[in-house]
Design a protein around this ligand. Structure first.
Ligand SMILES: [Zn+2]
Ligand SMILES: [Zn+2]
Length: 628
């Protein structure tokens, strides 16, 4: 394939365009000043260089005059010299046919040939680099190869897109984007100036249980090996060495790269049930981290098993449960696309008896819904996958699902305001993590600002970290308007202790006053083959406040960062070894004080490596803004 070097050039060219667009479009002038100017300059000069190289390549056999349409006003084309016009027209044709020839090459070999080739040639060396078995690499390429290639090709290897970008064809379609700032300006019109009520000291309190990131592994088995060359272990028989060294998992799990088995989950159900909660929120991620070898049907089966185990106790007292989708509910993880009927219909079936007819129908179609817990509390469950930075299908999508979701959400909030209802938002992804697209996070923030009075809390999971995050007013970054509660995981992955949380709520105003964080004593439980859950801390005591309504105090004055990082790691052995790390403490501070990934990135300013943050930077570039 002699076109291969050119394909690579295209990839760099496109990355350049995206990064360029990203910086120009997203940042204000003063923000650009604050950023490293050199790196922006580098992107810009690369962009011009690639553009020139591609243009030269396409027109290389042409000895006629040097065409540079970009310097001319395109509307004047009819009045130009006939030769110039013809020549420009022929360059455009040449470009279109060139892109077609690239597509023909791709069609001739097909995507399958490209990634079969990658599997054969790249996996043997990658496996040594990652210290993983070859089937893990192959499994990942089978899962994501086609998604990445197809989306990349159809978005970027497109003559409309490319030939217009290198100025060989006149620009026919000018896309219009909706800037989140203008969205916010529009949304914020009519915001009510209403203060939250004072709490009646003797008022009725209710309790809400949150479970998140369950990651039940059907292959988990006591006595299996805790060390392996896969992303998760505790699922294969140990070898003689491992047996001799005691590297086997106990009855309740292992603090390392293992998900959990049914014994642990059942012990959680017993323990939490005994604490007499009024209702439950379940914020997603049911399936294990078996991304290289799982299946969509496997996700349904695991979700059903978890629900049945929970129902066995909680249903006996008719305790309502509100569930929202996690990114592990899609297989391959995160890769939700525009026509996701099979996944959504089956997930809706699993949770049907938690929903009323209207919520079931909305969930089945879109993956989100709203449902009332009581006369004055509405629960809104978000579909995190439509705003997922790791959803590569969004490269080439109209973001139709996300746009629909924001319209729907705005409408739901409007109704809540009209009917004097309070609202809890369940979103598997926290707003400011590496996983919510900044485009979406800013829209959420705008809506949370507009409906500040009605929304009484945002509840998330996903990061497997215990966090509390202040949400500020959209245009006044000093004014904290709400809290995003990020609860820790039930799984032991990765090197964490299983955890669940119970909130104390004022029934009359539905304000969250406090929470109790429970953890599992894994060591003792495995030794005694008997489960031990314990209260790790009470939020009001840990943050040194009377109740969690003092969120300004918490976000602005908190300073026990070593303890905070230890909590982020749910008090695990690994957590003890990293909690003094100043980088980790800086990250924790940034997480608490930012509203979206851009802000988090700027605050944390990390060294770029091949990690989640890096992938998120790239995907935010490539996925780009919402079109009008
Ligand atoms: Zn998770
Ligand atoms: Zn997740």
């Amino acid at each position: 394939m002699k076109e291969m070097p050119l394909l690579i050039l295209f990839i760099f060219f496109n990355l350049s365009i995206s990064t360029n667009l990203f910086f120009q479009w997203r940042l204000t002038d003063s923000e650009i000043d604050q950023l490293n100017k050199e790196s922006i300059q580098l992107f810009k000069s690369n962009y011009d260089l690639y553009k020139k190289m591609i243009k030269n390549y396409i027109t290389r056999n042409d000895k006629s005059e040097n065409i540079d349409t970009s310097s001319k006003n395109k509307d004047d084309s009819q009045e130009e010299e006939p030769n110039l016009y013809l020549s420009r027209y022929s360059h455009c044709l040449k470009c279109v046919s060139f892109i077609k020839s690239i597509k023909d090459v791709k069609n001739k070999y097909g995507y399958t040939a490209i990634y079969e080739n990658m599997k054969k040639n790249a996996c043997p060396s990658i496996k040594q680099f990652l210290k993983m078995d070859e089937d893990v690499c192959k499994g990942f390429i089978d899962g994501y190869g086609a998604i990445v290639l197809e989306n990349f090709f159809s978005r970027y290897i497109d003559s409309h897109y490319l030939c217009e970008k290198v100025d060989l064809c006149p620009v026919l379609t000018q896309k219009k984007f909706i800037n989140p700032d203008s969205y916010a300006e529009k949304v914020l019109v009519g915001k009510k100036d209403k203060k939250r009520e004072n709490i009646n000291e003797n008022g009725k309190r209710i309790k809400m249980l949150q479970i998140t990131d369950l990651h039940l592994d059907p292959k988990f088995k006591e006595g299996h090996s805790t060390e392996c060359k896969k992303p998760i272990c505790c699922r294969d028989k140990p070898n003689d060495n491992q047996l001799a060294e005691g590297k086997v998992v106990g009855k309740y799990g292992f603090e390392g790269k293992c998900d959990i088995g049914e014994d642990l989950f059942k012990s959680f159900v017993d323990d939490a049930f005994a604490r007499n909660v009024d209702f439950v929120i379940w914020t997603g991620d049911n399936a294990p981290h078996d991304t290289w070898e799982g299946s969509q049907d496997g996700v349904f089966d695991i979700s059903r098993r978890l629900k049945n185990m929970l129902d066995e106790k909680f249903k006996t007292k008719n305790i309502p449960v509100f569930y929202s989708l996690g990114n592990h509910e899609k297989y391959p993880n995160d890769a939700f696309h525009d026509e996701e009927n099979y996944m959504l219909e089956n997930m809706a079936k699993v949770y049907k008896d938690y929903l009323n007819e209207e919520a079931y129908n909305t969930f089945k179609k879109y993956g989100y819904y709203s449902l009332k817990y009581s006369n004055n509390l509405k629960i809104i469950a978000i579909n995190c996958l439509v705003c997922d930075s790791f959803n590569f299908n969004l490269f080439n999508s109209t973001k139709m699902h996300a746009k629909k979701m924001f319209n729907w959400l705005e409408n739901e909030l409007k109704k809540a305001e009209k009917n004097n209802e309070y609202v809890y938002i369940l979103d598997h992804f926290p707003l400011n993590g590496e996983f919510t697209l900044t485009e979406c996070a800013k829209r959420f923030q705008a809506l949370f600002d507009r409906y500040e009075y009605n929304i009484r809390g945002i509840f998330s999971g996903h990061t497997h970290r215990d966090d509390i995050e202040g949400i500020t007013s959209y245009f006044d970054k000093n004014k904290i308007i709400n809290l995003n509660f990020v609860a820790p995981q039930l799984t032991t992955y990765s090197s964490k202790l299983p955890s669940y949380r119970i909130y104390t709520i004022d029934d009359e105003t539905k304000q969250v006053l406090d929470y109790e964080q429970y953890r599992f004593d894994l060591k003792k439980s495995n030794e005694e083959k008997k489960p031990y859950w314990y209260l790790a801390y009470k939020a009001s005591e840990f943050y040194g406040v009377k109740n969690l309504l003092e969120y300004n105090n918490i976000i602005n004055n908190f300073n026990k960062w070593e303890d905070y990082v230890l909590n982020q790691y749910s008090g695990s052995e690994h957590g003890k070894s990293v909690s003094r790390n100043l980088e980790k403490q800086k990250f924790a501070k940034c997480v608490m004080k930012t509203n979206n990934f851009d802000e988090l990135f700027k605050c944390y300013n990390p060294k770029i490596g091949m990690d989640f943050i890096f992938i998120s930077v790239i995907s935010n570039f490539l996925i780009g803004p919402f079109e009008e």
